[in-house]
Design a protein. Structure first.
Length: 292
């Protein structure tokens, strides 16, 4: 029998720093020095500071734009540019409306600052499902509930206007890496059923598999005290049958992509901590917090 996980995932917040919504992100101490006195660790919102200092990072260029504007599916894409050239990483949350860890984390990530490259964030991919708190939504009003993350067939046009709008963002931004943020009601390879929680699933395009393995090691070593909650995962080729955004990105663009899944029985803040930490680690490895 699995426990609720309340004491099995290390809490990285100092007691007086929990969820104030205006943390400063200290990248020197955040990644490995979680026990350092005075370290501000997982953030929702991010000004980068030197350890023990107060100098803010240079203001990036940031803007936003709408897709499906004027329709019930209207949602916002946030773009943050660093001061120098670098990779473009896209983060998607809210594909499924009953997975708040994904869309809450993406909303926090949309407020980050970076030094180089571009960060493209779509926090609420499927706003009707988010409003309803459901996995999918009834686009037609006739009881035909659609799962947005099954509308991206490889080698074909996406199946719905919303999916096509999201795909246009992927292609027009010419992304170098995709992270799609989710949560699951079961644990991958532990619970019965089809749970995929605490799972990291990569395409076989580019360096996605190596990032998956590195993320598993980093998260398990830094945050997980009970091995039942260790992150696991898999890397798979794309045969066009899954119809997920991740698979289409890998198959059609040969671009690395990852689906990141937390376990919903962990408390909400722990799930957000794990999710934002994973995205931060990918961006850090890509040098997006380093000034040229």
């Amino acid at each position: 029998m699995l426990s609720s996980g309340m004491n099995d995932v290390r809490q990285p917040f100092a007691s007086n720093d929990t969820d104030r919504g205006n943390h400063q992100l200290n990248r020197r101490t955040y990644m490995k020095g979680l026990g350092t006195a005075g370290a501000t660790v997982v953030t929702g919102l991010g000004t980068l500071t030197a350890a023990g200092g107060s100098a803010a990072a240079a203001s990036p260029s940031r803007w936003s734009y709408k897709i499906q504007e004027g329709l019930p599916e209207e949602t916002t894409v946030h773009v943050i540019d660093g001061q120098s050239v670098g990779p473009t990483v896209m983060v998607v949350g809210g594909m499924h409306g009953d997975e708040p860890a994904g869309y809450d984390s993406a909303a926090r990530i949309a407020q980050w600052s970076i030094e180089s490259g571009r960060l493209v964030v779509l926090p609420e991919a499927c706003k009707p499902a988010i409003r309803n708190g459901t996995r999918g939504f009834d686009r037609s009003g006739k009881g035909n509930v659609q799962d947005l993350n099954r509308e991206f067939p490889a080698g074909q046009a996406p199946w719905s206007p919303l999916a096509r709008g999201i795909w246009n963002v992927v292609t027009e931004e010419n992304i170098d890496f995709l992270l799609d943020l989710h949560s699951s009601s079961g644990l991958y390879k532990w619970d019965e059923g089809d749970g995929v929680g605490q799972g990291i699933f990569a395409t076989n395009a580019g360096e996605a598999d190596q990032y998956r393995r590195d993320l598993q090691s980093y998260l398990n070593e830094t945050f997980i005290s009970n091995p039942e909650y260790n992150f696991t995962g898999a890397t798979a080729g794309e045969d066009g049958t899954e119809r997920m955004l991740k698979h289409k990105v890998g198959a059609d663009l040969d671009t690395p992509a990852i689906i990141f899944e937390t376990y919903r029985r962990l408390d909400d803040e722990r799930q957000r901590t794990l999710t934002t930490s994973a995205v931060y680690e990918v961006c850090r490895e890509k040098g997006m917090f380093d000034a040229s």
